[in-house]
Design a protein. Sequence first.
Length: 384
Amino acid sequence: MDISKKSTTFAGENVLETEDYEKSRNEKSRNMENPFKFGTIVEEQYFTDRKEEVDYIRTFLDSPNHLVLISPRRFGKSSVVAKAVKLSGREYIQVNLQQITSVSDLSAQLLRELFRIRPIERLRHFITHFRVIPTITSNPITGMIDVSFQPSQSTNTILEDVMMLLENAYSEDNRLIVILDEFQEILEIAPALDKQLRAIMQQQTHINYILLGSQESMMTDIFEKKKSPFYHFGALMRLKKLPREDFYNYLSERLQASYHEQYHSLANRILDFTDCHPYYSQQLAAHIWQIGQLQPETKDVFTAAIQEIVTTHSLDYERLWMHFSRTSKWILQRLASNTPFNSSEYKQSTIYSALKKMQHEGYVIYTDRYEIEDPFFKQWLLRA
Ligand SMILES: Nc1ncnc2c1ncn2[C@@H]1O[C@H](COP(=O)(O)OP(=O)(O)OP(=O)(O)O)[C@@H](O)[C@H]1O
Ligand SMILES: [Mg+2]
């Protein structure tokens, strides 16, 4: 009788203990924020290194010159520019050309951004001189201003008026910073928009432009080809991956609390796997950290994290794989396994043009060599 009572109590307590443990573990991970961040602009404690780049951009902003910043996707362009601009304390506006559908849309977005930093009242006298008057509405709930132009023939006039407003609202002593992201899209928005923009920018002296782009070959063509309107428009800066030593310190410091013994080797293994890619390193570290919080009993946490990420994306990878040509598949397999491109089957010129196409599409990047952009896709290829 006693024994059965004891065992019931014991079993009951055990269940309670397990539940409490689960609860406290979940609470712990809810309360503690993941110290790694990926996918958006990183600032403050999530931002590491880039000291030289930030200084360089800042000195640029002190001059009347413009800056062109190129890197493959997710290397940290927006983050490094955001940091430098913030430190400068200057007023800035920012438009991503990937989200722009027409010239009047570009004009409206530039104007809307300006209203974000300058009250309309201070700009009203400029706007009354516009040749096409915009519709300006204010959302009473969000307080956001919306701007649109009636569809009209005179889109060139609209853009010119808005761009000259940006110029006239500032001065040589107080220049506005205009950041145009994914600038290579200028070639897609409307024919000859590059020519028109350049002609207007030529007249401006109260603006520092920072033009960002991730399509290496298009950006290089825009700024390095003699016949391009933007030929030598600004200084060209190429952002590299993060330096290993600094990134290693960043990762290991943050992993230390959960992985007292393994944090050194984990940081090293992450950087070996991602080859110091800013986004993928943060993504993998975030996953490893989360496993440490939710499944601390996991044996090989590094392999488990990679497996989880690859499995999550495997359907996308399968679809992606089907979209590649036979030559591209052959190249990707060689890149994944680090095998040279020696072939009697494919001509060197065929290999080169397939590589260029994949680079243009962002699947392959060129740093000091060609490599697969996404290390998890590479891992999927090695397992397939
Ligand atoms: N200085 C940094 N320190 C730590 N992580 C960084 C840094 N810069 C970038 N990252 C990582 O890379 C991710 C992408 O950064 P960001 O959006 O600035 O890059 P991007 O080049 O502008 O990307 P996109 O090509 O998508 O516009 C960030 O979310 C972060 O995880
Ligand atoms: Mg960006």
